[in-house]
Write a protein that binds this ligand. Sequence first.
Ligand code: IVH
Length: 702
Amino acid sequence: MVVRNRLQFPVPTAAIVSYPLVILLLPMSAKSATQSVGREIEALRDKIRYHEHRYYVLDEPEISDADFDLLMQELKKLEAAHPELVTPDSPTQRVGGKPREGFAKAQHSSPMLSLDNAYNEQELRDWIRRVYELSGKNKVEFVCELKLDGMSLALTYSGGQLARGLTRGDGTTGEEVTSNVRTMPTVPLRIDQKKLGAAGLPPDFEVRGEVIMPIKAFQRLNEEREQQGLSRAANPRNAAAGSIRVLDPSIVAERRLDFFAYFLLRDGTALFPNHSESLDALERAGFKVNPHRLRTADVEKVLDFINRMEAQRDKLGYEIDGIVIKVDSTQMWRQLGFTGKAPRWAIAYKYAARSAVTRIEDILVQVGRTGKLTPLAALRPVPIGGTTVKRATLHNQDEIDRLGVKIGDWVLVERGGDVIPKIVKVVEDKEHPRGTRSFRFPTHCPECGGKVVRAEGEADHRCVNAKCPAKLRESLLHFASRGVMNIEGMGEALVNQLADHGLVKDVADIYSLSADKLLSLERVGKKSAENLLREIENSKKLPLERVILGLGIRFVGERTAELLAEHFGSMDAFMNAGLDELQQVTEVGPRVGEAITEYFSEPRNRELVERLRKAGLQFAGQKKHRGTKLAGKTFVLTGTLPNLSRDEAKKLIENEGGKVSGSVSKKTDYVVAGSDAGSKLDKARDLKIAVVDEDGLRTMLG
Ligand code: IVH
């Protein structure tokens, strides 16, 4: 079963949990039977409303999307059997969810609809046949697009400027998330007259599309959340939908959301005679339109596109859950019309679920680079979406407790944005069958026998032995990986051999490898030894930030390493910086600062850094000269500035040494307020903090 967007109210494929059937044992009159079904329906509606509120309004769902879908399906079934009991306020009678408090609400120019689904080739062919019948044609051009798994958004441009961003909400009324939309780099804030003209666009129009969170950004978000002791986002769709509705735009800006445009409207109707022209026009105007699209009248080519994209699904970098097939002619759209909440001129071909039910045969423990112990479920192998899944991550003890899993349990496993598949839940009707047993974290490291500790307030268990071989292997893999020192060929197999033969005891040893040493290993030939040595040599040219990242200091990821390199300009300045100085660096707080000073307080680590210096790695960097006009000043941005996006204003402030914070407090020096400034402005006035507008900010920036 796919865990899908609740906004769509999809038709689930297979039920995993079966709800008890109401068995009427006593003979009953037709009237009282209807009354009892009526009560059942009302109870179910209440339950659904409760979960909708938790999901949309509070952002704190209590049950999985799959379970929610089941409740909805049950209600639909009952209502279908008793149409006389359907009421307009039933949760089945609307397109989506309720906008949550905190954003202004606004009407859509025309309803944002959902799509009907086809689950197999036959259903798709049936739909195409209906299109032929209704249009009276036997050849119709279609446009095939990816069905992006995110959240739909409607953007209004007026005079070529982004005027408003609205979520779908209930399809008729959405939430105004304009300041958040402005933080998304793939949304043009303004399109100049020339570009509009070249694209054939008027100055006033509306674009609809999908906001998504790329898988990399999703993984990064979850890593950060885990480090902060927060729960992980379930999947990229939830993360995208949640992020666009975060009340603080400066947080949204960090989420790396992406927007793909797939609709162009004016006054609620299509602007061009063909949909493909709309997509091309949007692209020319500067919107991101997904490049994987196909215009064809050939049904076989449609099917081929569906299959080809399914095969590429894992390589896209973002999640899709199917293919949308639209009739190209927008004139024909009018002719075909709608069925209830979905147009007849489009259909979503849904890919098979990427989840399955299987059994946990064992729970193993893996030791990472920082010594973190990760519990991994060894699963009874099960095919999911083209690969056989044997392992799923359980993250940590808290996750095991939350899921309530035991060895021997039957579980629902999902392949999604995470690197390793994850366990969604214990399958209830098979819960804890005979022979299950609880998992306990080992007290000693399974790799080296070192002591395992779980520090106060932390979710993770760690091996404290500095010489743990598992840590060595993981730190070598991290160091050599693409985004770090990019030593191609130094994968898991070679790293294991190097570590097992004692040829490499830390990352600096990589630079004393020779052809002779490499050739002493099994399966390493002359050619591959030469290639590897060349790769190692090349890595010496990589900039300081990569070297800092390669050290594998806790909490120092890509972005932090970059900021540190930029701030200090050399390894020496960095490694000798005290806690206060480290915290001068944007985004470095006490936790990261302490991790860094702790790292360099260890003589062994300093020694390692010296050996890297001798090997010839880049220890000097480009000190990016930040201005000092706003040094030491903290700013808070609120409302919409006339010419600057949040991100732009933030960059300008930071480039002059200022800091941008999300909330107003006594520590705030200035509040920069634009139009529609909200509670932050009130608070600034209460606290008597200086308020400036965009012009004021520009004056300060000189
Ligand atoms: S067309 C009336 N095109 O799927 C037309 N939708 O199930 C509806 N979606 O709410 C939108 N990729 O959030 C369209 N290329 C695409 C899409 C797409 C993803 C989503 C969208 C919509 C849902 C409908």
